[in-house]
Design a protein around this ligand. Structure first.
Ligand SMILES: [Ca+2]
Ligand SMILES: [Ca+2]
Length: 302
């Protein structure tokens, strides 16, 4: 098993439940802060009040300008414009845009959210590595500093002693700055499972001991984000050379904007891994259900 495969294995075992990476040397354990509310795929995804529109290639600026005259472009994601309606309901704007032959698609934007976890803070520490046979993998490889894993989530606490040397860069798409500080704990917990430093006499050990982490903050302190924000994070991670992009988040609504972002990342060679939502239901969630994405279920059995 090579380093990349081991890193991928590390991500795959997030399937084992997004269970907290257990106590660390600090007062605040990896993962503290998440799981404070039920996070399930059945939770309805609220609308953000914004509209995501993509024009057909080659549509000129004047045509686009007319189509967008009653809205404000508040952001862009690849070829997608994020619109805030000026004087009409978002649904009315979508209907009008969909009738416009210059428009490839127009959708209401939904909220995405962190997928939840067990409330047993030490469960993973006790059995997770056994369940996925990490130790056998470590005989072959223990991760590599040349492999970047993007944790597209609520941020990553790179001040944590088990994550300090895993930093490979980051961006905060929630606040628009270069520090993806984790106001929730979910992303830090996920990062610890993937790549907490091994054999350093501190805290826990990730599956990849030496893999590098890109901290991409797209979820706020409540664990909520937007389709546009998550899509921007995915694209950013792909542009930064992520070998693996981990998405322990999602929602029940199909999103073309999100699908475009996942395709973009896959086209750059990234392996996209997404949680299916650990609620034991058969509800399809996205991005886990997109083509080529490794969707992870949850296994809490020992
Ligand atoms: Ca920040
Ligand atoms: Ca450690």
């Amino acid at each position: 098993m090579n380093a990349r495969a081991l890193s991928i294995l590390g991500i795959l075992f997030l399937a084992l439940g997004l269970l907290p990476a257990a106590a660390s040397a600090r007062a605040v354990p990896l993962g503290e802060g998440h799981g404070k509310r039920p996070l399930t795929a059945k939770r309805p995804a609220p609308l953000t009040g914004r509209v995501l529109v993509r024009f057909h290639p080659g549509v000129d600026a004047a045509v686009r300008g007319r189509a967008l005259s009653r809205s404000r472009v508040v952001d862009t994601v690849g070829q997608v414009s994020v619109l805030s309606p000026s004087d009409e309901a978002a649904g009315t704007l979508v209907e009008r845009l969909r009738r416009n032959p210059a428009v490839e698609y127009a959708d209401l934007e939904h909220t995405l959210y962190a997928f939840g976890s067990s409330n047993d803070p030490h469960a993973w520490k006790q059995w997770g590595h056994t369940k996925i046979r990490s130790r056998e993998g470590w005989d072959i490889g223990r991760g590599s500093t040349s492999v970047k894993i993007a944790i597209v989530d609520s941020g990553v606490d790179f001040g944590h002693p088990d994550l300090r040397y895993r930093y490979a860069g980051g961006w905060d798409f929630v606040n628009g700055d270069a520090t993806p500080d984790d106001g929730n704990g979910h992303g830090t917990h996920v990062a610890g499972i993937a790549a907490a430093t091994g054999n350093n006499a501190v805290g826990v050990v990730g599956v990849g001991w030496y893999s590098k982490i890109l901290g991409v903050k797209v979820l706020d302190s409540r664990g909520d984000g937007t389709e546009a924000g998550v899509s921007k994070g995915i694209r950013w991670a792909a542009d930064k050379g992520a070998a693996v992009i981990n998405l322990s988040l999602g929602g029940p609504e199909y999103s073309r904007t999100l699908a475009d972002a996942v395709s973009y990342a896959q086209g750059k060679g990234a392996l996209v891994v997404a949680a299916a939502g650990n609620d034991g239901s058969n509800v399809a969630t996205y991005p886990a259900s997109f083509p080529g994405v490794i969707g992870r279920g949850c296994d809490e059995s020992r």
